[in-house]
Ligand binder design. Structure first.
Ligand SMILES: Nc1nc2c(ncn2[C@@H]2O[C@H](COP(=O)(O)OP(=O)(O)O)[C@@H](O)[C@H]2O)c(=O)[nH]1
Ligand SMILES: [Mg+2]
Length: 199
């Protein structure tokens, strides 16, 4: 399946600004610069849909993009990056209020893709974030981004190592995807996964 139509719908600075129109939301999150906007652009086949930026973490908005039309439409949601400035300790696990509000309270959040850079060993902040998702019962998967930056063997080794680390904390592995926006790979599996979760 290919996404045939995707367009910007609205930006929200607060959870209450998100209109409750009943469409399912598939959201993307990760550290700033992990390649979130690039992935959204690749998935939708629109280069300029989400802004790809060299100066991360400036806007703290949730951006909704509507995919398709009518009853089968759904939202692709671009969440602000985490980890560029830790929020106050009072906020759950130290994550930004907008992010925790969205992931814990958005009624139509159907699935959350957590992006991690394929080159790195598991980072504390990502582990903490996934732990919070587990505690809150948010369904999520992991997307290893920038796969083009590694050779085949190094990529496989990193992904295997990451899974091993996860299994120290989790009984079961979440769905795992590997992508490169540079080489335009891995998108089909993500879209197919979403498709399978629409009905
Ligand atoms: N080599 C490579 N670079 C990427 C890839 N995805 C994103 N980038 C680069 O990483 C930087 C941050 O990307 P962006 O999509 O803005 O990340 P975001 O902050 O998570 O939205 C940009 O310079 C992108 O060109 C990828 O798959 N491969
Ligand atoms: Mg971005």
């Amino acid at each position: 399946m290919k996404i045939v139509s995707a367009k910007f719908a609205f930006s929200s600075g607060k959870l209450s600004q998100i209109p409750g129109d009943g469409l399912r939301e598939f959201a993307f999150i990760g550290r700033s610069n992990v390649g979130k906007s690039s992935l959204i652009n690749m998935l939708t086949g629109q280069k300029g849909l989400a802004k790809v930026s060299g100066t991360p973490g400036k806007t703290r908005l949730i951006n909704h993009f509507v995919v398709g039309a009518g009853v089968s439409a759904w939202y692709m949601v671009d969440l602000p990056g985490y980890g560029y400035a830790r929020a106050s300790k009072s906020v759950r696990a130290g994550f930004d209020r907008l992010i925790t509000d969205y992931v814990t309270k958005a009624e139509k959040l159907w699935f959350l893709f957590v992006l991690v850079d394929a080159r790195h060993a598991p980072q504390k902040i990502d582990m903490e974030f996934m732990e919070m998702l587990g505690t809150e019962g948010v369904p999520f998967g992991i997307v290893f981004t920038k796969a083009d930056k590694l050779g085949t063997n190094a990529l496989a080794a990193n992904v295997a190592n990451y899974k091993q680390e996860l299994l120290k904390q989790w009984e079961e592995l979440p769905p795992v995807f590997v992508s490169s926006s540079e080489n335009r790979t891995g998108g089909e599996e993500i879209i197919e996964f979403i498709e399978n979760n629409l009905t």
